[in-house]
Ligand binder design. Structure first.
Ligand code: ADP
Ligand code: 5GP
Length: 227
């Protein structure tokens, strides 16, 4: 099947306050976009925080001790890294660059400080889409963090405190903002943003010329056969 989508590896960043629904939305859209030909690789970040119940090393995060993280950062092995809720989190340069160079699409769940660093990278910027996920209200965010059952009361308080600052700090450089009230509606919005970016080619004229050439050959073939 010929693809509707351009072959340039694209980087999708999903940011937003803890509990807004980033993980849920990313998992939903990854599953729903694959059948139409968009395969999104989730980049597994490195972090100094401890694993929570049910988190698997190498799948949720690469859990590393602080000295190892610091050494990696000093060697320039992260595209971006930041302190988030008193822990360090970073995105592997080797993994993301290799995938983008192979024409694969990568999705990141990183905070606004990381999103800002990536947006400042002149090489990555043209192949980047930044999406910010908003909770419908503070009340919803509070309830979701509690119902998720992953964080201690102290962690919930820090996350709620930071939520408003994050929204404020990130607002100027996101391409799209999606309110995650109804999950299905928010997933449709995120899919639409991703699909639109994958249709947007830098070489539209080249793509159209190639397509017209292919159709012309098919037409000529058919008429040559006398149909
Ligand atoms: P984040 O990755 O942004 O921290 P999660 O994806 O873990 O957030 O979502 C936080 C909690 O809220 C989870 O328990 C999830 O099931 C729930 N959740 C996510 N989206 C919605 C939604 N639209 N409506 C209700 N609950 C939601
Ligand atoms: P959690 O510890 O709850 O999984 O994540 C806390 C926050 O860290 C989330 O806002 C998430 O987006 C952010 N985060 C996860 N990985 C990275 C990363 O590699 N870089 C940056 N800057 N933030 C990250």
């Amino acid at each position: 099947m010929s693809s509707n989508f351009h072959p340039d590896g694209t980087l999708f960043i999903v940011s937003g306050p803890s509990g807004a629904g980033k993980t849920t939305l990313i998992n939903t859209v990854r599953e729903q976009l694959e059948p139409i030909g968009i395969k999104l690789y989730f980049s597994v970040s490195h972090t100094t925080r401890k694993p929570r119940a049910g988190e698997v090393d190498g799948r949720s995060y690469h859990f590393v001790p602080p000295d190892q993280f610091a050494a990696m950062a000093a060697r320039g092995e992260f595209i971006e890294w930041a302190f988030v809720h008193e822990q360090r989190y970073g995105t592997s340069k080797a993994e993301v660059r290799a995938r983008l160079d192979r024409g694969e699409d990568v999705i990141l769940d990183i905070d606004y400080q990381g999103a800002r660093q990536v947006a400042a990278d002149a090489e990555l910027k043209p192949r980047l889409l930044n999406v910010f996920i908003f909770p419908p209200s503070f009340e919803h965010l509070d309830r979701r963090l509690r119902d998720r059952g992953l964080n201690s009361e102290e962690e919930i308080q820090t996350r709620l405190q930071k939520a408003v600052d994050e929204i404020d700090a990130g607002k100027e450089f996101y391409d799209y903002v999606i309110i995650n009230d109804d999950l299905n509606v928010a997933a449709e919005c995120l899919k639409a943003a991703i699909i639109a970016k994958k249709l947007q080619t830098k070489t539209a004229l080249e793509a159209i010329t190639a397509m017209a050439g292919r159709l012309k050959e098919e037409r000529d073939g058919r008429f040559a056969r006398g149909h």
